[in-house]
Write a protein that binds this ligand. Structure first.
Ligand code: ZN
Length: 146
């Protein structure tokens, strides 16, 4: 049996077949949101990312991890993410990224450096967590909190 994790297909994220399998699952998932000042238009704009207190990636249990490079979500998660329309699949990135609500500039990397808002979600007082319903299923990358 081939693991879904063996599949590498980052270039066709949006036309996923209905029987698509998902590598990452979490029944304790949150939308982490905060505001950043847009480098394009200087307005403040809301940005989000997905954060899980517990879940699995390719069947391996994980705790407290942040999702990025999300390129596929199941229908239930897509519906919940509809509340944050500025966070959407962008073909140039092949993944979900945040867009400025004023000028549509992309805010792609909000987690990789300590000064970025989603570097330490659990330790940040500026980040608000909104619980997602049910079990979320998606394909993407993740980083585990230290
Ligand atoms: Zn902007």
């Amino acid at each position: 049996m081939t693991s879904a994790c063996d599949r590498i297909d980052p270039y066709h994220p949006s036309d996923a077949p209905s029987d698509e399998s998902f590598d990452i699952e979490s029944a304790e998932a949150y939308v982490a949101s905060t505001a950043v000042r847009c480098g394009g238009c200087r307005h403040r704009t809301e940005v989000i990312c997905l954060y899980c207190r517990a879940g699995t990636a390719c069947g391996e249990p994980l705790e407290c991890f942040t999702l990025h490079e999300i390129h596929g979500v199941d229908r239930a998660l897509a519906q919940q993410l509809g509340r944050w329309p500025a966070f959407r699949l962008d073909e140039r990135y092949g993944a979900y990224v945040n867009h400025c609500t004023h000028c549509n500039a992309v805010h792609a990397d909000l987690h990789s450096e300590p000064q970025l808002p989603f570097y330490d979600i659990a330790g940040s007082s500026a980040v608000v967590l909104t619980r997602l319903h049910g079990t979320i299923r998606l394909n993407g990358d993740y980083s585990v909190d230290i």
